[in-house]
Design a protein around this ligand. Structure first.
Ligand code: GTP
Ligand code: MG
Length: 201
């Protein structure tokens, strides 16, 4: 029996729990338009084979304040060990506490990271993406980027141009294996099939 562990990871409030609900087809967790709503990494079986193999989907707490964290890591390369072992106060240091939960989860559990971005923002405006990719690169697990919040379906050439903008923004980021449209609200089985193909690769 094999388990493959997929982890939804992103900057806080981008839509991990919402996308988990879409992929699972049921209302797990808590969704709210606020930072740091999800507190702990949580597993939900996405697919199960009769033999007992499981494709696990993990919702995780969102990253926060990674710009400050990465600045510190650039000054001291070994600081990631310090960051992961430090005791952050869950209420006073909420962004760091949640970031630590997410990073520990990825390091200890993930086979594939599904990293969401808010595609309603331009790639240039999403300043958190660079630092968060740097953290994921340090951990070294493969990353599939999902473009969430694309909005209502657009003409195919418009959507392709948008995907291309994000692809070129993310080109050269070491852990990124694929960049795919995957909007939680505009649910589409074709997208889900493409996602499973990317995970299989
Ligand atoms: N328009 C639109 N809104 C979305 C989409 N996905 C999520 N949202 C909204 O974004 C907000 C945050 O969604 P969550 O799923 O709670 O985000 P999260 O990444 O789990 O947040 P944390 O757990 O706090 O890190 C909610 O108000 C959602 O309704 C989407 O695809 N399109
Ligand atoms: Mg959440």
């Amino acid at each position: 029996m094999t388990s493959i562990r997929l982890s939804l990871v992103s900057h806080t409030n981008v839509g991990k729990t919402t996308l988990a609900r879409t992929l699972l087809g049921r209302d797990i967790g808590e969704v709210r338009d606020a930072p740091h709503v999800t507190e702990f990494a949580e597993m939900h079986p996405l697919l199960q084979s009769p033999a007992g193999d499981v494709l696990e989907l993990w919702d995780t707490p969102g990253f926060g304040d990674t710009v400050r964290l990465v600045r510190r890591l650039q000054q001291d390369g070994s600081a990631i060990g310090w960051f992961l072992s430090e005791v952050w106060d869950r209420w006073r240091d909420r962004p760091f506490w949640a970031t630590q939960q997410a990073l520990r989860h990825v390091r200890e559990t993930s086979d594939v990271v599904l990293y969401l971005v808010n595609a309603a923002e331009s790639p240039e405006a999403a300043g958190y993406v660079g630092p968060e990719m740097a953290l994921l690169a340090w951990i070294g697990k493969p990353v599939v980027v999902l473009l969430n919040q694309l909005g209502a379906p657009q003409a195919p050439e418009l959507e392709a141009a948008e995907v291309e903008r994000w692809r070129s923004r993310l080109a050269g980021q070491a852990p990124v294996r694929a960049v795919l449209p995957m909007d939680a609200f505009a649910r589409c089985w074709v997208q889900e099939g493409v996602l499973l193909g990317a995970i299989a690769a």
